[in-house]
Design a protein around this ligand. Sequence first.
Ligand SMILES: *[C@@H]1O[C@H](CO)[C@@H](O)[C@H](O)[C@H]1NC(C)=O
Ligand SMILES: *[C@@H]1O[C@H](CO)[C@@H](O)[C@H](O)[C@H]1NC(C)=O
Ligand SMILES: [Cu+2]
Length: 151
Amino acid sequence: MVFNRVCILFLVAAAMSSPTMSSATEFIVGDDSGWTLGFDYQAWAEGKNFQVGDKIIFKYLEGAHTVVKVNATGFQKCIKPPANEALTSGNDTIVLATPGKKWYICGVGSHCDLGQKLAINVQPLALSPDISPSPSPVAAKRPFLMNPHWW
Ligand SMILES: *[C@@H]1O[C@H](CO)[C@@H](O)[C@H](O)[C@H]1NC(C)=O
Ligand SMILES: *[C@@H]1O[C@H](CO)[C@@H](O)[C@H](O)[C@H]1NC(C)=O
Ligand SMILES: [Cu+2]
């Protein structure tokens, strides 16, 4: 009896965790162009669905560029943080751990001013409806209660 229950718990846990694992995506920033000058990263990011757990990978010739995470102001004005905050490997992988807007710029010379900057919006993880566990009574009622058409 106990064994069966444990088995079921494992199956449920596997069913709940597998979609998040299989849906994690690795994005090569700039695709084949990589992280470089003369590329429109806003156009590249547009329409892409970045989710928590996904990875973005900046690829470039080591020494030619860097990757620095900045805030909205730093992005707009190309304010370069201290050099020790920069990623410099040429194969810099960033795991998108939290939802929300993220901004990255190149810290070399005036590359950021020349447009080598990336802004993305990371979506929170959502379980797809067909595999989510049975909703609690409260959760089941919420769409009805919260539906603005009913007010
Ligand atoms: C944004 O970053 C700059 C420099 O890196 C810092 O001076 C500023 O306080 C930051 N702004 C916010 C709102 O965090
Ligand atoms: C780049 O880093 C990823 C892991 O983040 C690794 O799998 C891959 O082999 C690396 N590629 C190169 C060319 O170093
Ligand atoms: Cu650069």
